[in-house]
Design a protein. Structure first.
Length: 331
């Protein structure tokens, strides 16, 4: 997928092409006398019950089947933040300790000091697994029914519009700062400590707009309490089929959302990375897995390692600029 020239947040910019899995890579594992895997695997992720936990468990179940890796794959829940990535970065590069986690892996070092790993140096991408796009929604009293109208309104009244977001450095915050930077508009941030109060004020008209998760804002869109202008996936989303992509609505290349992917420690043999990619992508592309992911607000991506690495590199470069320009730090 071409990497856009815009910025992104918890947010990936690439078009995933159909991966090719060379048989030679798999043959290398057996020809070298190795038998991978020969024991159970551990997949480290964030807190139980979160989106990364749900997706990690679906993938782990599929990988544990005899026709896949044929070894038990155990999900290991750890505190959120950069802790899961730090654990895997320091693990043996043998393919038995993996990371299934979101964009916090490569965004954390941009937002705070003393993160104990370098995402590009210490982790080996396996696959960009899923993406959960956001919806750009406005209060119905805002006189804009399209993204272009919203941008025109913001440009005509600098600083008059405001937006709701959660803590500094979160997906909703960074998505809107990306929007402002790409559109060249001045929209004032109104921070909130919890999503319920944020939504109540948005519906009540105290704030004008936000980038929200589908689960949080869709019921209010259907009820007419909010107006959806665009989805942040690069193309129209199966999750929101009636909502246009923001990238096609005046800001080419815009993409934002919660992304989840699988990593191994750096220096894991290429043949093992190839095997893990092959089996993980097979699991993700199963119709029942896709259906369950969509039901939980996740679109399956299932990229190659190279595509995942390219997306992550672009995110680091582009988000790093907006974070530096705005002086954004994690709260």
């Amino acid at each position: 997928m071409p990497i856009p020239r815009g910025l992104c947040c918890l947010i990936a910019l690439c078009v995933v092409s159909t991966p090719i899995y060379p048989e030679l890579s798999l043959a290398a594992v057996t020809s070298s006398g190795q038998s991978f895997p020969s024991k159970p695997l551990r997949v480290v992720t964030g807190g139980a019950g979160a989106g990364n936990d749900f997706a990690a468990r679906l993938v782990a179940q599929g990988l544990s089947l005899p026709e896949s890796l044929g070894q038990q794959v155990v999900v290991d829940n750890r505190a959120s933040g950069f802790i899961p990535a730090a654990i895997v970065a320091k693990s043996a590069p043998d393919g038995y300790t993996l990371l299934f986690y979101g964009g916090v892996v490569w965004i954390s070092p941009l937002l705070q000091d003393n993160v104990p790993y370098d995402p590009q140096r210490d982790l080996a991408p396996i696959t960009f697994a899923t993406n959960s796009p956001l919806l750009l929604v406005v209060n119905p009293k805002v006189p804009a029914t399209t993204v272009k109208e919203l941008i025109a309104l913001a440009k005509s009244k600098p600083g008059a519009l405001n937006y709701a977001s959660l803590a500094s450095g979160t997906a909703t915050h960074l998505a809107t700062e990306l929007f402002k930077a790409m559109a060249g508009v001045d929209i004032v941030r109104v921070p909130y400590k919890n999503g319920a109060t944020q939504l109540a004020d948005l519906i009540g008209g105290q704030v004008h707009m936000t980038f929200g998760t589908g689960g949080a804002v869709t019921p209010h869109v259907k009820a007419g309490r909010l107006r959806a202008l665009a989805v942040t996936s690069p193309q129209p989303s199966a999750l929101f089929p009636d909502v246009p992509a923001l990238a096609a609505s005046g800001l080419p290349g815009f993409q934002a959302g919660s992304k989840y992917g699988m990593f191994a420690p750096a220096k894991t043999p290429a043949a093992i990375i190839s095997r893990l990619n092959l089996e993980t992508v097979r699991v993700l592309r199963k119709p029942d897995v896709r259906e369950k992911m969509l039901g939980s607000g996740l679109e399956v991506i299932a990229s190659t390692p190279a595509e995942f690495a390219a997306m992550m590199k672009s995110d680091i470069a582009l988000l790093g600029k907006v974070i530096r320009d705005k002086g954004i730090r994690a709260e």
